[in-house]
Structure formats: structure tokens, C-alpha cells
Design a protein around this ligand. Structure first.
Ligand SMILES: *[C@@H]1O[C@H](CO)[C@@H](O)[C@H](O)[C@H]1NC(C)=O
Ligand SMILES: *[C@@H]1O[C@H](CO)[C@@H](O)[C@H](O)[C@H]1NC(C)=O
Ligand SMILES: *[C@@H]1O[C@H](CO)[C@@H](O)[C@H](O)[C@H]1NC(C)=O
Ligand SMILES: *[C@@H]1O[C@H](CO)[C@@H](O)[C@H](O)[C@H]1NC(C)=O
Ligand SMILES: *[C@@H]1O[C@H](CO)[C@@H](O)[C@H](O)[C@H]1NC(C)=O
Ligand SMILES: *[C@@H]1O[C@H](CO)[C@@H](O)[C@H](O)[C@H]1NC(C)=O
Ligand SMILES: *[C@@H]1O[C@H](CO)[C@@H](O)[C@H](O)[C@H]1NC(C)=O
Ligand SMILES: *[C@@H]1O[C@H](CO)[C@@H](O)[C@H](O)[C@H]1NC(C)=O
Ligand SMILES: *[C@@H]1O[C@H](CO)[C@@H](O)[C@H](O)[C@H]1NC(C)=O
Length: 747
């Protein structure tokens, strides 16, 4: 080989090597988020971009790739960036002393008016003049500004503190004095151009629904095709809405969520509402925990949905102690859909069926009778699984199907007139059906099936849904339950609010079921989820803030929690399902006492939880060097001045022993004497020391401790719960005390 050949080979190898690097760039590099704590205000010598570039160059070892790999920098409210990295580069980056954490970008899910009257917030409730200065940020799927709920009649231009933007784009022409801000984030191209509008427009409906529940204007005569007719309004109808669209058809990415926090905190919002979740993680790897921490530092409370993974224990999400974590309850209304059989029997089911029958009776069949005998598949015929039924035998008929997952969709595809679905387990949630349909319990299902088998020409009719009154509230079956898995001594969820069958505004860019075959486009829709509960609490927080603009996020949270109405439906759920109970916004405006938490107490708590000096210093930011030893050590079982008290015992623990140190701040008027009233089960001793607190002036603080002893816990018992109430005869300041012990695995 001569030199020339050698050179060619060398150049070729170079190109090959470059291709290999690029090849791996394309399919092996994944988006990671690097988090560096607070933004340094004093940044004289080096810009944040240079800092990010430097970090990336060191981790990757190649200037050019480093430059190309960066996707976005967070720099307004905290310090961080997103970049495409190989796992070993992410590892190297995480070892850099300037970096707090590095975690992969994941995709999170949405936690998919009368509810306000039901919460005691009537139309005539006393409102603060300052309500229209309150800005509620909603991180969600976008917003449909043309909805009557976002009419800005009577509202002045945005308050002076507002620094946000209004992006425009497809299906979104701009904001108004109700929806004062709207942005969208599509940093990782999560948007699906087929289904999403690349703008703040809501092509899902969820964000329009949550925003209007929080701060929608009053609309009379709202309903879904006549169902649930009444007045809808947000909890703070004069407040402003800022939409930060972070969710697309495929979900909501961590990087978009963080970008929204970075902006919202900077834009001057008062409350942040997030009906999105994902598996709980250590705070430093969790975008909602990080974002809400920086929001809290700036005096902004974040309220989040607890998740829809109930009734199973240990499923609660969004559990950082500075977040207000919201469970879902029922309101006092239920959606019943009745049907009548040819033999005159009537059966009551549950669904949101907007269709009125056009005939007196329809032919009725079941999966077994309507089977497609020539279809060669393994689906469940009785359950009417996709592809198992014959179009000829279904057309124009009502079909009885075992199971209740999308059968209305399959029967509609085959031209059926309706479907009767059977619930495996009793359910409290009414879903909007695509055709005339209802869901019945197994027992009633058997009755219907027996009738079908007993006659040659079975017939039935399904009526339009009616709303009926129920006793309320109860915890929704789907609402995620504690115990939480990260900070074992902080009770989560914190609080509960209506999340079942909520009527609120909807986007008219999508059908009410989200199905393309559905042509029902409506200004309002009825949907369920802790997603719907969360904006009720965000609004309640905004309401409290409108009376007390100087209160910290922790004080507002305390006011909401200590005035909530305890919910105790099933002993196995107790406070692990609903926290302090159902919100009572009117009482929360005047709680008497608050459990406040300062930034330094949160830091002491984090130190107690094992976060180290390096990370703590970065979370706090500033020039001064902070270490855990520069803060007062956190005391007691939980180490935080939390408005509820909780401990999860070790499975091997034989006795219960916990001490909670608390300080309350007097926010009532003049002299007050509060007495501790404890309600506790026989097997639990709860001592409050001192048991009387005397206050002589506003903002005076008093400390006390609660000593809990007992045990061993009875065989099979997982939960013991008590209640501490500070009472001055005008106020009742309640804190649940919950002891949890896992049942040992047998064997
Ligand atoms: C939304 O925008 C798209 C693209 O601009 C347009 O084709 C569509 O008609 C719009 N939809 C509505 C309901 O305005
Ligand atoms: C039955 O199933 C076969 C195979 O999937 C399909 O080709 C046929 O159209 C179906 N018949 C009816 C009446 O739906
Ligand atoms: C079909 O589904 C129903 C409802 O889930 C179930 O009860 C039944 O056992 C299933 N049948 C078969 C053959 O799997
Ligand atoms: C009705 O008939 C079908 C098909 O023969 C059978 O699978 C089902 O068990 C019968 N239902 C009742 C309630 O007897
Ligand atoms: C249902 O409750 C509402 C409001 O509490 C009341 O006005 C109405 O009369 C009740 N309806 C029935 C049927 O009890
Ligand atoms: C602090 O914790 C991080 C992991 O979160 C670790 O990488 C770092 O080395 C620790 N620093 C010290 C000083 O222990
Ligand atoms: C429970 O206590 C034992 C013994 O002290 C310890 O080894 C174990 O890690 C503890 N388990 C938990 C879940 O804390
Ligand atoms: C607790 O119950 C389990 C069975 O559920 C039994 O094996 C065990 O002996 C019981 N322990 C006590 C202390 O009663
Ligand atoms: C506590 O105070 C409330 C007023 O908020 C009063 O109605 C109630 O009777 C008091 N409870 C007890 C147990 O003293």
C-alpha cells in the first residue's frame, strides 16, 4: 500500500468513525435533564449558556457534539438544561460537582357547577376585592379561549405584576382579560402533527376543563345535552388564568413541565395547578417536585392531583411536602341511566348517556347470540371483544356484553343501537358513552341475560341519563391512596375535593369522548379524575390568598387542611385516601391558627432525610455557603411543621412511638385561648403538651408537642387514626394523626 492509499484509508476511517459517532447520536442518545439548583443571581463572569455548554463539553468530551446535544436551558427560576446524552455521558455529568441531579426525560400522564355550591362556596360568598389580581397557572393540555367560561366581561387588563406571554398559532388566535397568558412547550417534539395543534389550543379538552373549574367565569344554564343543568363557575371566577401547555396527544414530558415551571414562576403567577402525574421519585429527580420547590421559594403554592390508581394502597403521586396533594371525592350527584326490558322490568345502571331513545323498544341480543361464527379469533364473545361479533346480528340492536371497557365503541362500529355493559366490580364513575349505553352490576346483568335467553324476541330500551341526589361525600374508587413511598412520615394525599362526574367547560376542537367517530362537540363536558379535584383546591388556595396576599404557600396549605371536613368512610382507607378531608374554602379563609413552614425548616427536613450539604447548598442558591449544620436540626418523628401527623412503622416494630413537634401561628383576632381536644382509639395514647395555648396578639407563635404511644398493633390492623383539634370555640383547627404499619408478608 502506498502513501496515497494509506491516506485514503485513513480519511475513510475518519469518515467511518464520524458516521459511527453520528449513528450513535441518532439512536442511542436520549434526552436527560440536568438540574443545578437555584439560579445564581450574581453571574458576572459567565453566562448560564456558557455554564451549560461547559458542563456538557466536559461530560461528552467533544465541543461540537456538546453544542448540538443541548435542547433547552432553564434559567429564569432555577438552573438546569436538557440535552441528548449517552448513558455514560449522563453518568459523567451527574458526577460533576456543579450538578445536583441528572435524570432521563420521561412521559407523564393526565389524571383524567355545582361542585362549588356543594363545597359551601355559594354565588353570594364573601369575596376579596383582590381576587381579580390573582393569577392561577394551569400546566395542562392547552385552553379553548372561546368557551363561554373564559368570557372576560367586566375584567380589567391583567394585573401589573404579570410578565407572561400569549403565544398564538393554529386554532389559537390570542388571549383576553380572563385567559391572560398562554404558552406551549414542545421541546422534544412530543406533539403529534396529526392530532395536536402546535399552539396553546386545547385539542384534548382536559386543560379547558381544569382551567374553568379553577377560575372560569359564571355561566348560567350550562349542561351536557341537558344533563347536570345549572350554573357552572370556577372557584375564583374573577381570577385570571395562565395556561402553560405541556401535554400533547402522547403525554406530558418532564422537560416541557420544567420549562413551564421556569416560566410560570417568573411570569408572576400566584398558584400553580397540575393535574398530571407519574411514579414518585426522589425529589431531585422529579420535575414536579423540583419545579414546585422553586415556586414555593417564590411564595407560589403548587397543587397537584394524587393520581387515579386507587383503590390500591401505596399509589399516591406528587408527594413532595411543599405540594398540596389532592384526592377525589364524589359530589352529591350521581348519573343514573335506566333501561327497560320487554317484559316490563326496569334496571338502573350508571353512565353519561346523552341519547334519548327514538323508538319505544329495540331488539336485544347478547355476545353469545351475536357471535360471528366465521371469525377466526380468540376474543371473548360474551364480552363482545373487538372482532368477535357479526355485524348482521348486531345492526340496530342493543347488545348485552360482559365487561365494561369500550364495548360501546365496538358495538357502534358494528351499527348497534346500544349496549348494556356489566361492571366486574361496583364502580362510582360514570363514563360518557359513544352510543346509547349503561353499565349494570353483575347481579342485574344475570337478570337481563336470563331474560334474553328466555324469549324469542328479546327487547329493551335505554333511557337518557338522569342525575339523582346521593349522600356525599365519599372517596372516589379511582383516587390514589397512601401510604406514600418517599417520605414515610408525611401523610399523603393532603386533602380531597370533588373529582367525580364534574361538569365544566370543554374544548370545541374535539368531541366530548375524544373519538373521531363521535360528532358531539359541546361547550361543557362531564369527566372524572383527581385531575378534576386538583383545580378545586387550586382555586380554594387562590381564594384564601385573595384575603391573605402575604401568606406563605405553607400557611395557605395549612389553612385549607386544618379546616377541611374529615372523611371517614371505610376504615381501611381512612386518611390514607383523603388526608385531612374535604376542603371547606369558606372556613379556610379564617383558620384561626396556621402551621407555617419556612424555607429553612424545609432545608432541615431535607437534611434529616439524607440530602447532603453539596445539594442543599445548590437548592438554596446565593453566594453564602450553606451546609446542613448551619440550620437548626429537624426535630421529632417527621421533622417538619406539617398540618397533619403521620408515621409509617417498620414492619418489625412491636410498639408505636412517635413525637411530633409543632408551632402554630395565631392569625385570628386579639386574645384567644385554644384547647387541645383529642379523639383517639383505645389502643392509642395521644398526649398534647401543653394542652392549652394562649395568644395575645396577631402572628404570635406557640409551640407544642404531640406524643403518640401504643401497641403492639392488633393482628391484621394496619392503621390507627386519631384527631387533634385546637379549639377556641370560634375556630376548630384539625390535624389527623395516622399511624400505619404494613402487614408482614406471611411465610
Ligand atoms: C384548526 O387548525 C387547523 C390547521 O390550521 C385547521 O385545519 C382546522 O380547521 C382548525 N379547526 C378548527 C375547529 O378551527
Ligand atoms: C365475520 O368475520 C369475518 C372474518 O373476520 C369477516 O370477514 C366477516 O365480515 C364477519 N361477518 C360479519 C357478518 O360481520
Ligand atoms: C369473558 O369475559 C367475562 C367478563 O370479563 C368473563 O367473566 C368470562 O369468564 C370471559 N370468558 C372467557 C371464555 O374468557
Ligand atoms: C344465556 O345463554 C348464553 C348462551 O347460550 C349462556 O352463555 C349464558 O350463560 C346464558 N345466561 C344465563 C343467565 O343463563
Ligand atoms: C336534590 O338536591 C337539590 C339541592 O340540594 C334539591 O334542590 C333537590 O330538590 C334534590 N332533589 C331530590 C329529588 O331530592
Ligand atoms: C452528595 O450526594 C450526591 C448524590 O445525590 C453525590 O453524588 C455526592 O458525591 C454527595 N456529596 C457529598 C459531599 O457527599
Ligand atoms: C426494619 O428494621 C430492621 C431492623 O432494625 C431493619 O433491618 C430494616 O431495614 C427495617 N425495615 C425498614 C423497611 O425500614
Ligand atoms: C396473626 O395472624 C396470623 C394469621 O393471619 C397468625 O399466623 C399469627 O399467629 C397471628 N399472630 C398473633 C400474635 O396473633
Ligand atoms: C370547637 O369549635 C367549634 C367552632 O368552630 C364549635 O362549634 C365546637 O363545638 C367546638 N368543639 C368542641 C369539641 O368543643
Amino acid at each position: 500500500m502506498n502513501i496515497k492509499q494509506n491516506l485514503v484509508a485513513f480519511v475513510c476511517n475518519l469518515i467511518l468513525a464520524a458516521t459511527l459517532i453520528n449513528g450513535s447520536t441518532d439512536h442511542e442518545r436520549k434526552a436527560y435533564i440536568a438540574y443545578m439548583g437555584d439560579v445564581l443571581q450574581d453571574r458576572a463572569t459567565i453566562s448560564i449558556m456558557e455554564e451549560h455548554h461547559g458542563l456538557l463539553s466536559r461530560a461528552i468530551g467533544n465541543e461540537k457534539i456538546a453544542r448540538e446535544s443541548r435542547i433547552y436551558s432553564y434559567e429564569k427560576s432555577f438552573n438546569g438544561f436538557v440535552a441528548r446524552l449517552l448513558p455514560q455521558e449522563a453518568q459523567r455529568l451527574s458526577e460533576d460537582e456543579n450538578v445536583v441531579s441528572v435524570f432521563p426525560n420521561t412521559i407523564r400522564k393526565l389524571h383524567t357547577t355545582r361542585s362549588w355550591d356543594f363545597l359551601g362556596m355559594t354565588k353570594t360568598i364573601k369575596r376579596s376585592q383582590l381576587e381579580s389580581n390573582i393569577i392561577v397557572a394551569v400546566l395542562d393540555t392547552g385552553i379553548y379561549v372561546k368557551s363561554p367560561s373564559f368570557n372576560d366581561k367586566g375584567l380589567c387588563p391583567p394585573p401589573a405584576k404579570w410578565k407572561g406571554n400569549c403565544d398564538t398559532g393554529p386554532n389559537f388566535t390570542g388571549c383576553n382579560n380572563k385567559v391572560i397568558g398562554a404558552r406551549y412547550y414542545n421541546l422534544d417534539n412530543a406533539a403529534d402533527p396529526d392530532r395536536d395543534s402546535i399552539s396553546p389550543a386545547d385539542t384534548d379538552g382536559h386543560g379547558t376543563h381544569t382551567s374553568s373549574t379553577a377560575a372560569g367565569a359564571t355561566v348560567n344554564g350550562a349542561s351536557l345535552y341537558g344533563l347536570a343543568k345549572g350554573t357552572t363557575r370556577g372557584g375564583v371566577p374573577s381570577a385570571r388564568i395562565a395556561m402553560y401547555k405541556v401535554c400533547w396527544n402522547g403525554g406530558c414530558t418532564d422537560m416541557d413541565l420544567l420549562a413551564a415551571f421556569d416560566d410560570a414562576i417568573h411570569d408572576g403567577v400566584d398558584v400553580i395547578s397540575i393535574s398530571i402525574g407519574g411514579s414518585p421519585r426522589s425529589f431531585l429527580d422529579d420535575p414536579i417536585a423540583i419545579g414546585s420547590f422553586h415556586a414555593m421559594k417564590k411564595g407560589i403554592l403548587t397543587s397537584c392531583s394524587a393520581g387515579n390508581d386507587g383503590p390500591y394502597p401505596g399509589t399516591v403521586q406528587n408527594i413532595a411536602p411543599w405540594i398540596l396533594t389532592v384526592a377525589a371525592t364524589s359530589s352529591d350527584r350521581k348519573f343514573e341511566t335506566a333501561l327497560k326490558l320487554g317484559n316490563g322490568d326496569t334496571v338502573s345502571g350508571i353512565s353519561v348517556n346523552t341519547f334519548s331513545p327514538r323508538k319505544k323498544m329495540y331488539p336485544l341480543t347478547n355476545g353469545a347470540h351475536a357471535a360471528n361464527t366465521t371469525a377466526n379469533n380468540y376474543g371473548n364473545v360474551s364480552a363482545c371483544d373487538y372482532g368477535t361479533l357479526s355485524m348482521d346480528k348486531v345492526k340496530g340492536k342493543i347488545v348485552y356484553c360482559l365487561g365494561s371497557a369500550s364495548q360501546d365503541y365496538f358495538i357502534k362500529l358494528l351499527g348497534g343501537a346500544g349496549t348494556i355493559m356489566v361492571l366486574d366490580e361496583p364502580s362510582d364513575i360514570a363514563f360518557t358513552t359513544l352510543i346509547s349505553a349503561t353499565s349494570v352490576l353483575v347481579k342485574q346483568g344475570i337478570k337481563i341475560d336470563r331474560y334474553i335467553n328466555s324469549t324469542k324476541n328479546p327487547q329493551a330500551v335505554i333511557y337518557k341519563t338522569k342525575t339523582v341526589n346521593t349522600t356525599a361525600p365519599f372517596l372516589a374508587s379511582f383516587s390514589s391512596r397512601g401510604p406514600q413511598t418517599i417520605n414515610l412520615n408525611i401523610l399523603k394525599p393532603d386533602i380531597a375535593a370533588p373529582g367525580l362526574d364534574i361538569l365544566a367547560a370543554y374544548s370545541q376542537l374535539i368531541s366530548i369522548t375524544g373519538e373521531r367517530t363521535d360528532n358531539r362537540i359541546a361547550p361543557f363536558n362531564i369527566i372524572s379524575g383527581t385531575s378534576m379535584a386538583c383545580p378545586h383546591v387550586s382555586a380554594a388556595a387562590a381564594y384564601v390568598k385573595s384575603f391573605h396576599p402575604d401568606w406563605s404557600p405553607a400557611a395557605i396549605k395549612s389553612a385549607l387542611m386544618t379546616t377541611a371536613t374529615p372523611l371517614k368512610i371505610k376504615p381501611e382507607d381512612a386518611e390514607l385516601g383523603s388526608g385531612s378531608g374535604q376542603i371547606n374554602p369558606k372556613k379556610a379563609a379564617h383558620p384561626g391558627l396556621v402551621y407555617d413552614i419556612t424555607m429553612s425548616s424545609y432545608i432541615s427536613f431535607l437534611c434529616k432525610e439524607g440530602y447532603n450539604d453539596t445539594n442543599i447548598g445548590k437548592l438554596i442558591g446565593g453566594k453564602k455557603k450553606h451546609t446542613c449544620s448551619s440550620f437548626k436540626p429537624a426535630q421529632g418523628t417527621d421533622g417538619l411543621n406539617y398540618p397533619s401527623m403521620h408515621t409509617q412503622l417498620n414492619v418489625t416494630a412491636s410498639r408505636i412511638s412517635a413525637v411530633f413537634y409543632r408551632t402554630v401561628t395565631h392569625v385570628g383576632f386579639g386574645n384567644s385561648v385554644y384547647k387541645a381536644i383529642v379523639t383517639s382509639p383505645k389502643d392509642l395514647s395521644v398526649q398534647v403538651l401543653p394542652s392549652t395555648l394562649k395568644f395575645t396578639k396577631l402572628h404570635q407563635q406557640k409551640s407544642f408537642k404531640v406524643v403518640v404511644k401504643g401497641g403492639p398493633m392488633k393482628n391484621g390492623t394496619q392503621i390507627l387514626s386519631a384527631l387533634l383539634e385546637w379549639n377556641d370555640s370560634r375556630h376548630s383547627v384539625k390535624s389527623p394523626i395516622l399511624i400505619y404499619k404494613p402487614i408482614p408478608l406471611s411465610g
